[in-house]
Design a protein around this ligand. Structure first.
Ligand SMILES: *[C@@H]1O[C@H](CO)[C@@H](O)[C@H](O)[C@H]1NC(C)=O
Ligand SMILES: *[C@@H]1O[C@H](CO)[C@@H](O)[C@H](O)[C@H]1NC(C)=O
Length: 355
């Protein structure tokens, strides 16, 4: 049956080629004075901290991870690696940034950084009740716990070297706007959108100050992505991006960018550096110029496009056969290919300020 043989050859080839055509060989920068990378945030950057939590915000089952080494569903909300991995790798620290919670990490992992990020989290304490996620405050508590653990393992001096030479990232806020403000009426009764965004900025500033006070000296602050363009947030009929949610993200971003610049000036006496990292326009650029970047599908997710096409709701559902054509993996999160391009852009823009 020649037809059958051909098909088999075709599919073998596809399996061999797919990871290559998707991957953007992320070579580390080699020598680096950076000791460790730490990541705070939500499901955009959570590598599996929610795996043992009874929450809908989990991704430790197929089809998640299909393009991760070994096809392993680690809890990363993508088909492959997530931004923390790419940052650690490009900074020359290590290939994968592991979750802090869960399996006992080896000392070498603890010394080179971990992620405290938890899917479903946000800067608003109401966004992440314990049943869903580790809140932003909870992530700071975990960082304190980590610090104590490190001191007990390697001593005060070495621990303080690791912590002060680390690079820290925070990426939250999308859930506050998309899942909290626009889906649950509670906050909308208390705040109009501009005052809610003000509240979020204040909460994000307080988070960043606490992080700095605990010992993080170099902090990269990711803004909120263009959430209105996620498949789940787009308009039902026209599939246009939701303009109001994008405006909310922009409002937060322009406000927090100024605050981050202010912190950078005020706190530089302590040898601290703060930089705002733009995920908004870099991702919007992918959406708007998708042909240029080699994406064929922009409005739909590879695993579906409704609010129920992400996290536990797509457990064992088959994905699309051609994830490389998609910017979005599920209805809320990007494909590895899209994350890679965005992180590359951010690196070229202002990452050097932290290095
Ligand atoms: C941030 O901290 C300031 C000063 O402690 C406080 O007044 C403000 O309420 C805090 N903001 C939020 C949103 O908790
Ligand atoms: C500098 O660090 C010290 C000790 O951590 C702290 O007490 C002080 O408030 C910091 N100063 C500024 C301007 O952040």
């Amino acid at each position: 049956m020649p037809g059958h043989a051909l098909l088999l050859v075709g599919s073998v080839l596809l399996v061999v080629l797919a990871p290559l055509s998707c991957a953007d060989a992320a070579v580390g920068t080699g020598k680096s004075k950076i000791s460790a990378v730490f990541m705070f945030g939500d499901s955009l950057v959570d590598p599996g901290n929610n795996n043992n939590r009874l929450t809908e915000a989990r991704a430790n089952f197929p089809p998640y991870g299909q393009d991760f080494p070994g096809g392993k569903a680690t809890g990363r909300f993508s088909n492959g690696r997530v931004p923390g991995d790419m940052l650690a790798s490009k900074l020359g620290v290590k290939e994968f940034l592991p979750p802090y919670i869960g399996d006992d990490l080896e000392l070498s992992e603890l010394l080179t950084g971990v992620a405290f990020a938890s899917g479903g989290s946000g800067y608003d304490p109401l966004t992440s009740i314990p049943a869903i996620a580790t809140s932003s405050t909870g992530q700071l508590e975990l960082f304190l716990e980590y610090k104590e653990k490190l001191i007990s393992l390697v001593g005060e001096e070495e621990a303080s070297r690791v912590i002060s030479r680390g690079i820290y990232f925070t990426a939250m806020g999308a859930n506050d706007i998309a899942n909290n403000y626009f889906s649950i009426p509670l906050r909308r009764h208390q705040y109009d959108l501009p005052s809610y965004v003000k509240f979020l900025i204040s909460s994000a500033v307080n988070f960043t100050i606490k992080l700095n006070d605990i010992g993080a000296k170099r902090i990269g602050f990711f803004g909120i992505p263009p959430i209105g363009c996620c498949p789940s947030q787009r308009k039902h009929g026209s599939r246009e991006c939701d303009a109001l949610q994008n405006q909310a993200a922009e409002l937060f971003n322009s406000g927090i960018e100024k605050e981050i610049e202010r912190l950078n000036v005020e706190r530089s006496v302590n040898d601290s550096r703060f930089v705002y990292l733009d995920i908004y326009y870099n991702l919007l650029d992918l959406v708007q110029q998708h042909d240029f970047y080699g994406f064929k599908e922009v409005t739909e997710g590879c695993c579906g496009s409704t609010v129920l096409n992400a996290a536990v709701f797509i457990q064992y559902h088959p994905p699309c056969p051609n994830a490389c054509d998609y910017i979005f993996w599920d209805s809320f999160h990007c494909t590895e290919k899209a994350y890679n391009i965005v992180i590359d852009e951010i690196f070229q823009q202002n990452m050097h300020y932290l290095m």
